[in-house]
Design a protein around this ligand. Structure first.
Ligand code: F0G
Length: 436
């Protein structure tokens, strides 16, 4: 099948070879996407094929990304693929969280079940495989933590050298620890994510390193398989809403691309509405959508949130995410620090758990149901982007009433569950247990 890199801007659409290293269009500066000539595809047998692969032990068929490789037809040669058996993440119902969010039912697609504990693995398997195909030796990314953990693992597994740039003091310890353990050269820069990304974009080409942030179009290709796998798991019945946290907005772009391609190929008969939830202190996309026309995108210069994964003020993929919202009749909402913290504890109490950024989903849904945008009876799938163990420090502080917003305002432990101290005494323990 014909595949190209194409400029995302509708009035440019310049075409480039897949082997070119491009993160933006040399002609107009627009974002780049991978585009296929789907006309020559014969998708009729694919659903069956994908189901059969789930029962197969071959590594590429066990991967929830490469199982759908007919939807990633940018190279027939699979010898460069690096897989850690990413994807194949569960759909989990949580009645307790549904009640909290004002819904009859909520389903989580939990990307925290991935090998490095976040959705980034879906994209990274693709990005690192492309780096190998291009003969690159060094790969780099700027990250709020999860991209770096994922890139470190996949690059090391694929015998490439990972170099990661982190905003000093603003990533969770769990994520930093992963980068070290997976063997990345780890550089902590005294700047925020947006500032470091601008810096790394400048130096990447000159230093000959391959950039694996989500401006890399192959990352988005891998991440779009989350939409495909979800549709497969739902027997191709699309939910009314798919809700996800938004930071750099690569994920919203990827889900949108996945659903749009499934629709085009006739796998699904309608599109879900996409809802993106941003942390209130880092919400440039929300601000933009709410602006009267003509709109201009205004970055948030000093983004703040304890959900450090989405502490991003100048999201590079906003034009792609905007197009997804327009095509899916989507919405953007914000969630405050208190709302995120409480929603997170509710998701935890459902026995599921997630990291702070992921909990923005439930916090946002609660507001959208209260506002009548999402109906109580709507079918809603929320994407939990990261594992509960990514940020244990946050959890301990919340439950022991010691969590504060970046501005120093105490966050109430409305669903707190502090550990209790008990004497080393049988009667005391029995008294306690009787009251449980
Ligand atoms: N949730 C988690 C847990 C994340 O790590 C991120 C992004 C997002 C949501 C937002 O996704 O950027 O595609 O809108 N983390 C990036 C990183 C920026 O460096 O790990 P997005």
């Amino acid at each position: 099948m014909q595949a190209h890199l194409v400029c995302f801007e509708p009035n440019c659409r310049a075409k480039y070879e897949l082997t070119e290293v491009l993160y933006q269009c040399p002609r107009c500066g627009g974002l780049i996407e991978v585009d296929y000539d789907w006309q020559s595809a014969n998708p009729a047998p694919w659903k069956q094929l994908w189901r059969e692969r789930r029962m197969d032990n071959a590594p590429l068929n066990q991967s929830g990304v490469w199982r759908y490789r007919e939807m990633l037809p940018f190279d027939e040669d699979t010898s460069d693929i690096v897989t850690l058996r990413e994807g194949t993440t569960p759909l989990l119902d949580a009645p307790h969280a549904a009640r909290y969010a004002g819904l009859d039912r909520i389903t989580f697609k939990h990307q925290g079940f991935n090998p490095t504990g976040s959705f980034k693995d879906n994209g990274m398997t693709c990005g690192v495989s492309q780096a190998r195909r291009l003969g690159k030796r060094v790969v780099a990314c700027v990250s709020t933590g999860n991209t770096s953990a994922s890139m470190a693992a996949y690059a090391s597994a694929g015998d490439l050298r990972p170099v990661i740039f982190l905003p000093q003091g603003n990533i969770s310890f769990g994520k930093l620890a992963q980068a070290l353990e997976y063997g990345a050269l780890t550089l902590q820069v005294e700047a925020n994510f947006d500032e470091i990304l601008a810096l790394v974009r400048l130096v990447a080409d000159r230093a000959g390193v391959y950039l694996l942030n989500s401006i890399n179009p192959f990352r988005i290709e891998g991440q779009k398989t989350m939409a495909i796998e979800m549709a497969d798991q739902l027997d191709w019945q699309v939910p009314d809403w798919v809700v996800m946290p938004g930071g750099n907005l690569g994920n919203a772009s990827a889900f949108g691309k996945g659903f749009l391609e499934l629709h085009k190929l006739g796998f699904i008969d309608r599109l879900p509405r996409i809802a993106v939830i941003q942390a209130a202190g880092s919400a440039p996309f929300y601000d933009y959508i709410g602006m009267p026309e003509p709109r201009t995108f205004e970055p948030v210069i000093k983004p703040e949130t304890l959900a450090t994964a989405i502490r991003i003020g100048n999201p590079v993929s906003w034009p792609k995410a905007l197009s997804v919202l327009e095509q899916t009749n989507g919405v953007v909402e914000t969630a405050t620090e208190q709302e995120i913290a409480d929603a997170k504890a509710v998701i935890g109490k459902a026995g599921i758990g997630c990291e702070p950024a992921s909990a923005a989903t439930v916090a946002g849904i609660k507001k959208l149901t209260a506002a009548g945008v999402i109906q109580r009876s709507d079918r809603v799938v929320a994407i939990l982007t990261g594992n509960v163990l990514k940020d244990p420090d946050y959890i301990y502080r919340y439950h022991t009433n010691r969590l504060e917003t970046p501005g120093g305002v105490p966050i109430l432990a409305n669903f707190g569950n502090a550990p209790q101290v008990v004497a080393n005494d049988a009667d005391a323990v029995i008294r306690l247990l009787r009251a449980v």
